[in-house]
Structure formats: C-alpha cells, structure tokens
Design a protein around this ligand. Sequence first.
Ligand SMILES: [Zn+2]
Length: 249
Amino acid sequence: MLLERCTWQEVERYLEQSRGILLPIGSTEQHGPNGLIGTDALCAELIARGVGEATGAMVAPTLNFGMAQHHMAFCGTMTLRPQTLLAVLVDLLGALARHGFERCLVINGHGGNMATIFAAFSELHAAASLAPEPRPASLRCRLRNWWSPPAVAAVQKELFGERDGSHATASEISVTQYALPECIKRAPLDPPQAPASTGFTDAADFRRRYPDGRIGSDPSLATPAHGERLYRAALDALAEDYRNFLVEP
Ligand SMILES: [Zn+2]
C-alpha cells in the first residue's frame, strides 16, 4: 500500500489494523561511469515496495535525497547537509508518529545516510524523554540497509566476491538493471576494478582518490538477472525483519 496513492480515510483505516510503516531512503549521487545517479533511491524504493506487497505494510514516499557531500565533485549529484537531512527526517518521522504510526522500518540505499538517520532517531527519542508529563511514547524506528542482511551478503559474495566493491557496486547496479532494463548503460571501465577504499573527506578528496567515482567495484559484472536474485534475497529478509519488528515488545 503506497501512502501517496491512498486517501486520508484509507490511511486512517489502515491504522486501525496496523501501526507499522516502511520509509525508503536513498540518495541522488554519481555512481560511476555505468551507474545511474538515482541508484540508491531506486534500490531502496524497489525493495521497500516489494516488502510492502509481501507484508501488507504501508510504504511512505521515497526520500530521494541523502547525505552525499562527498560525491559533489561529480556532475548531477544533489546533496543535503547532515543537519538538513537530520531536520527533514525528524519532521517526517514526527509527522508519522503524530498520525499514530508506532514502528517505522527505514529501508536505506546509501551508506552515507546512516550516521544522520541514527542521529534523527536519537532526536525523536530525546524529544519524548525531555517532554513534560504526560510524555508521549516516541516512534520506534529501525534502520536496515537493503544489502546488509546475511542472505543478501551471501548472494553478493557468491556473484561478485571482492569485486563488488563499496561504491557503485556490482550489486546495486545489478538491482537497477533489473528494475529499469531500458536504462542499462554501457561504458568503458578503466581500470576494470576501481581502487579499493582508503577513506575520504570532502568532495575534492573523494575525486582525487576515486577518479571515475567508483570505490573498489567492477560493475561490468552487473546483470539484470543478478539484480533479480539480490532483490528477492533482500525482499525476503526484510519482510521477515518487518514482521518481527511489528510484534516485538
Ligand atoms: Zn549507491
């Protein structure tokens, strides 16, 4: 059930039978020579919608922007500062809480969002902890990166080994190729496997270390069929995770 395609009465009725919701979050950032700018948001949205269909969960609109300052030396990247993303998340999660949602599983497509997402959860809990009596219960939130469940990591390892890399990965590009076969890009990759991660600071530093935008990856290995396997593994793992989350004390 997609929130943006419901009426307010439908959301009210949904809340009579469930208090859970999924929030996909991605980023709008470069993904190397053959990766789409929207990769992180596309992966998070596809998987969150699959989990929503499998579990009957409400799915909030995808937050397409994330904390991508380190990708700003590549054209097309659009970033939010950490403090902006923090404020956006606190407002949006607070809005869901106000309507009566009690559990929100945030399905994330971009590692660079994690620190800020956790900070937003802490802000929500702090607001409840510091409120005068009667204190409201705070929305319980959980962050899951779509690639983190062990079953997904096992498929990644089997398909790509260490050539998956850590940015513009063969895995995420496979998932977008599965989702949008009409948008598959072919481009020379030189070297075939990008330099391994040595950390980074700002956008200029990132570009100096990783000139074509990839980190450690060989996304020439990406295929739609691999993407489908990864999608199904992520969907199954996160659907189980969501069902457990709903009934946890
Ligand atoms: Zn990505």
